[in-house]
Design a protein. Structure first.
Length: 112
């Protein structure tokens, strides 16, 4: 398992009051690159403890279709989270688990 930091770029409300975070990292051109989803848990209460701002457009340049991304609530990319996941050479996250929100990291420190 590997721990990595990601920028929270949005969320999707799912069935049974579950919430999925849309996460990304910056590339060498300082553009946010979509990395996938990680489950926040049963409510937005945890995320609502932090200051964030909703935006109308995704902060990520390319958002793949599917995975309910069309239903996303997009956020200004100011929050950082740590995710534990299995290494994968395809660039996607395998079995991601949210470990927590990091207030000691800046979004631009989350790099591919």
């Amino acid at each position: 398992m590997k721990d990595e930091n990601f920028v929270i770029c949005g969320y999707i409300l799912k069935e049974n009051n579950m919430t999925s975070l849309i996460i990304a990292q910056y590339n060498e051109d300082n553009e946010l690159v979509y990395k996938g989803h990680v489950t926040l848990g049963v409510s937005l209460r945890k995320l609502n403890q932090y200051k964030y701002k909703k935006v109308s457009e995704p902060p990520i340049k390319y958002v793949p279709t599917g995975s309910n991304n069309e239903d996303a609530v997009w956020l200004e990319p100011t929050l950082v989270c740590t995710v534990e996941h299995m290494p994968n050479d395809k660039g996607s996250l395998r079995q991601p688990v949210l470990k927590g929100i990091r207030e000691d990291k800046l979004p631009n420190e989350c790099r591919e």
